[in-house]
Design a protein around this ligand. Structure first.
Ligand SMILES: [Zn+2]
Length: 80
């Protein structure tokens, strides 16, 4: 369940980058983005008061642009 303070673009293209979303020192989520949306996602993350860190995806991982993974132990997950 995504509880991020923003909704990333989801154009459905194959993602090439994984944007890690940090709040402070905690890795809270990963957002997958295609080349057209990596900048947009990074800006959204920053607008939400969080820190983006873009990572090139491994070629054997397939995700669509806009896919979000929220770490259950992070700020936006349900677990503490
Ligand atoms: Zn896209």
């Amino acid at each position: 369940m995504s509880a991020l303070p923003f909704v990333p673009a989801s154009c459905g293209q194959a993602a090439t980058d994984r944007i890690e979303v940090y709040s402070g020192a905690s890795l809270d989520a990963s957002v997958y983005a295609c080349p057209q949306h990596t900048d947009e996602v990074s800006l959204m993350v920053m607008a939400g008061g969080l820190n983006p860190h873009s990572v090139r995806m491994s070629p054997d991982i397939t995700r669509r642009c806009g896919h979000v993974y929220v770490y259950p132990t992070g700020t936006f997950g349900g677990e503490r």
